[in-house]
Design a protein around this ligand. Structure first.
Ligand code: UD1
Length: 431
């Protein structure tokens, strides 16, 4: 039988000729990981919510298809999203839809709080680890919910939700968000210890408070939520995406030139900026955002950790930048157990990387070379784009669908900075 290099459908890839210096400015979009919980929290409101600065990403569109099945009327115009939640019903959502993004589990807390029942499917997302929901369930059960496993999902119900003390053994971002949303409409006070402190949690609390909620302490390990009877409409502007900003900071470090990241905020990127300092990359803060300049890079040792530690979502991107740093770097991943699959692809580009348990050991090489590579998840895709930007020769990167989940206009943004990059559609060919 004749083998086919690609299937019969045209497959989209990113083509990139490395070596072009990038220069200029790039606008940072609204944060994916903030907007998805904000959308979920809108289900708590019996009115119309307006979220501004919403990035046009595939994950947002999938969440909107979940919302359609729940009876939400949505209007997504430009970067403004209007969600009319007056006729929401806690319907069972098609498992295939729920299975497409991990953040679909965030409908559990708000639906349970507002309707005392919710059904979710087995949630999807990037395959970077096992990603169980045990902390979500334990927290909701502490408020009085019962969770029943169904074939391919879960059904949650409660007579009432009552505030209580909850302690997380690990600061899960999603479980913190689900608990805050459920407790926002519970009876009495909930005190959550061991909460995740990511900036997106601060954003969620601010949004719920704008709806008339009472959430204090977000951004610290202890969050106190006073339940209220109902939440009203709100209008809110989403924070800039710190992971997208980190991506372009590292792109500038690899292939700059001088690049202004319009809207990027220093405080939320402190761990990456400290890493750039240690690598010898120069950057500065201006009123418009952060500016990064390329330059030579030194090897460093990094360990990922919950906020304010080094973010796991930037780990593959930092590794890509360290492939051509002077010396031997180590990158230890402590959040997800399967987050180094992209290393094999970087090796095809000439990188010297060894994976030992949860640690990547990277011996810097003078330059990478272009190659035909494939991304297996969102940040891995972005890491391969960064590596290809600075590599010698042409690269073809498959897995564009992952990049589209979390980066708004990545290809046009890099092209506007001077990168020689475009999307191409390849037809089937016999090999
Ligand atoms: C969120 C982010 C994701 C980021 C991650 C860690 C969104 C939409 N996604 O994912 O981009 O990489 O935070 O910063 O905001 N865990 C359990 N049991 C649970 C929940 C989590 O064992 O009930 C484990 C996970 O398997 C993982 C770790 O805790 O090993 C971190 O997960 P969590 O913080 O919950 O990440 P997400 O909310 O899924």
């Amino acid at each position: 039988m004749t083998g086919l290099a690609y299937n019969n459908l045209a497959q989209e890839k990113i083509w990139l000729a490395g070596g072009a210096k990038i220069d200029g400015e790039v606008a940072i979009s609204g944060a994916k990981n903030a907007v998805l919980p904000l959308m979920a929290a809108s289900l708590l409101s019996g009115g119309e919510c307006i979220i501004n600065n919403v990035p046009r990403l595939d994950d947002v569109l999938v969440m909107l298809s979940v919302f359609k099945e729940l009876g939400v009327k949505a209007d997504f115009c430009g970067h403004t999203l209007r969600l009319d939640c007056r006729r929401v019903r806690p319907a069972a959502v098609e498992p295939k839809v729920l299975g497409r993004i991990r953040a679909s589990n965030l409908i559990l807390g708000p639906l349970l709080a507002r309707f005392k029942e919710a059904e979710i499917g087995a949630c999807g997302g990037c395959s970077i680890g096992s990603r169980p929901l045990d902390l979500h369930f334990a927290a909701l059960e502490a408020l009085g919910a019962k969770i029943l496993p169904l074939e391919g999902g879960y059904f949650a119900f409660a007579r009432e939700l009552k505030g209580t003390r909850v302690t997380f053994p690990f600061p899960s971002v999603g479980a913190t968000e689900n608990l805050i949303m459920a407790a926002a409409l519970a009876q009495g006070q909930t005190v959550l210890s061991g909460a995740a402190a990511e900036p997106e949690i601060v954003e969620l609390a601010a949004y719920i408070n704008a709806m008339g909620g009472k959430v204090c302490g977000a951004g610290t390990p202890t969050v106190v939520i006073e339940g209220v009877k109902s939440l009203r409409s709100a209008s809110y502007t989403v924070m800039p995406d710190r992971i997208e900003a980190g991506t372009y900071l590292l792109a500038g470090a690899l292939a700059g030139g001088e690049v202004l990241l319009r809207g990027a905020r220093r405080a939320e990127l402190a761990a990456l900026l400290a890493a750039l300092d240690a690598m010898g990359v120069t950057w500065r803060e201006t009123a418009a955002g952060l500016v990064v300049c390329g330059g030579s890079r030194r090897a460093i040792d990094i360990v990922t950790a919950p906020h304010p530690g080094f973010p796991t979502d930037l780990q593959p991107l930092l590794t890509a930048a360290l492939c051509t740093a002077r010396g031997r770097s180590t990158v230890r991943e402590t959040i997800f157990e399967n987050r180094f699959t992209y290393a094999a692809e970087l090796k095809k580009m000439g990188a010297s990387i060894q994976i030992r348990d949860n640690c990547a050991i990277i011996n810097g090489v003078p330059a990478l070379c272009g190659a035909d590579v494939a991304a297996g998840d969102l940040r891995a895709g972005a890491a391969l784009v960064l590596a290809a930007l600075a590599a010698e020769g042409e690269s073809l990167i498959a897995g564009v669908e992952y990049i589209d989940r979390g980066y708004e206009d990545m290809v046009p943004k890099l092209a506007a900075l001077g990168a020689d990059i475009r999307r191409v559609k390849l037809r089937a060919r016999a090999v």
